[in-house]
Design a protein around this ligand. Sequence first.
Ligand code: SME
Length: 160
Amino acid sequence: MYNFTIDATAPKSELYAELARAADALTDGEPDAVANMANVAALLWEYLPDVNWTGFYRVVDGALVLGPFQGKAACIRIPFGKGVCGTAAQTGETQLVEDVHAFPGHIACDANSASELVVAVKHDGRIIAVIDLDSPSLNRFDAEDAKGIELLALVIADRI
Ligand code: SME
């Protein structure tokens, strides 16, 4: 059993520093990518307030394929350039979407999702996956969330 003392109500910078430490501890020395993504998805699900989906899409043969996650069952395959995740995978740039309904091509996996944050995970200069967070609240994610998830992506980049 893992016990983390993470205060979900702490300021975001502290919360994400704690989450990065916990993700590091959970994945340290574990070579199995699925196990590591599953634990990180669970960590984000447990400690991030106001989210309805946390998880991974992996780059497989030039498209995104659903990886370990928490939340409702989701679309399995997303082409590069499509939706929020496909845009992050194509550009490598973090996608911070205040209102998913205003994002051209947004793929609605859960009708409750209102805002979304997607961060590319890069390893050896290649994009290998994206981390996707959805929220039922508009404008749930800000630059601090983006920075926090980008830090997490760096921590786990060679473990997934
Ligand atoms: N909304 C995403 C699809 C993935 S689900 O949110 C889990 C998108 O537009 O890429």
